[in-house]
Design a protein around this ligand. Structure first.
Ligand code: TRP
Length: 338
């Protein structure tokens, strides 16, 4: 077998928060240091159309996500780092894949089914009310992202696993019709990647409005950490780290010996105020150098744009000739050619 090719996309909706950092950015950058595997990370900006986001927000989010990965030290010489919309072969492949995708397969997508269910729950007569074709065929665009670069491993959250399986189904169906053109991908669900809790103790997520933005300034970072929900135990009363968002976040940043030490402090009844201060200082120190670089990049979008262009150029060295092969396989050929 050849070397593994890892690929993952980040939808350009929103500002990266510490949950994204711990769950995706940090492990992604770490993994890309393994020079025996190939890594593709890209900004899935066409995917954001499925949610009908406001157009200024998509641009801003693209800048913020790209600047975050770069500021945290992604090695763009080794890893491929690009923006989906800079690779015209991806939407082209998306349409080609429509030709081998069963409509019934799309009917089964969790994201589509959830929207239909939401319509039913709110008493709408039309089960498809407000559902665009971009939402409906979202998994086909995602399959094109994955198949375009012959990825073998796709690191995603549990909620995206079905989409990767669909990409595999679509590839198999294509290969059955047209010959072995696609490589079959498989999802990699990070078992040890932490799912962080947010300010209110629920999963940290933009949709719950409970996030801590990764590169927020020092003052605001402190303010947000002071807001994290705790129980009402007094200083001196022993506390359970397993039931503490503060501990959960600390653990995601600190080493295991530091974490063990804090566990001891919980048993001794550390005051919540002190724990918040410790957490703030810890995160702040860890993030500070990258935050300075992030601010510099945000103020210089041209530099970020140049990185993305360079990444797209590199990626298209693969996608352009591969798409020509795919077109050949399906019979979209120049007249007169054999
Ligand atoms: N749909 C993914 C998400 O919302 C993002 C994504 C787009 C992706 N294309 C991809 C992830 C290809 C992995 C591979 O998280």
């Amino acid at each position: 077998m050849g070397q593994d090719i890892y690929l993952t996309g980040i939808t350009t909706t929103g500002t990266p928060h510490i949950g994204n950092y711990v769950g995706a950015i940090r492990p992604g950058i770490e993994a890309s240091k393994d020079l025996s595997t190939q890594h593709f990370y890209f900004l899935a900006d066409y995917h954001s159309l499925a949610k009908n986001e406001d157009s200024d927000k998509i641009g801003r989010s693209t800048l913020e996500i790209a600047a975050s990965w770069l500021a945290l030290g992604l090695d763009t010489e080794h890893a491929y780092f690009y923006r989906q919309s800079d690779i015209p072969e991806i939407p082209e492949l998306t349409w080609i894949l429509h030709g081998v995708t069963a409509k019934g397969l799309m009917n089964r997508a969790h994201s589509y089914k959830a929207s239909v269910q939401a319509n039913a729950d709110s008493g709408n007569k039309d089960p498809d009310k407000g559902i665009t074709m971009a939402l409906y065929s979202y998994p086909i665009l995602m399959a094109a992202d994955i198949l375009m670069f012959k990825s073998t491993k796709v690191p995603v959250g549990q909620d995206q696993k079905q989409h990767v399986e669909m990409a595999r189904d679509i590839a198999q169906r294509f290969n059955h019709h047209y010959g072995e053109v696609f490589v079959l991908p498989e999802a990699v669900i990070g078992e040890d990647t932490a799912v962080l809790k947010g300010l209110d103790g629920r999963k940290m997520s933009k949709s719950y409005n409970n996030t801590i933005p990764l590169f927020t300034d020092e003052k605001r970072l402190r303010k947000l950490i002071m807001k994290i929900k705790t129980n009402s135990l007094e200083p001196g009363e022993p506390k359970d780290p397993r039931d503490s968002t503060l501990f959960d976040i600390y653990k995601a940043f600190a080493t295991s010996s530091e974490t063990a030490e804090i566990e001891g402090r919980y048993a001794d009844g550390i005051a919540w105020g002190e724990m918040k201060q410790i957490l703030f200082e810890y995160i702040n120190d860890q993030i500070r150098p990258a935050r300075d670089e992030y601010q510099r990049l945000i103020a210089d979008p041209g530099a970020v744009e140049a990185e993305l262009r360079k990444g797209a150029e590199k990626a298209r060295e693969i996608s352009v000739p591969y798409l020509a092969e795919i077109r050949e396989a399906i019979g979209i050929r120049k007249l007169g050619d054999q």
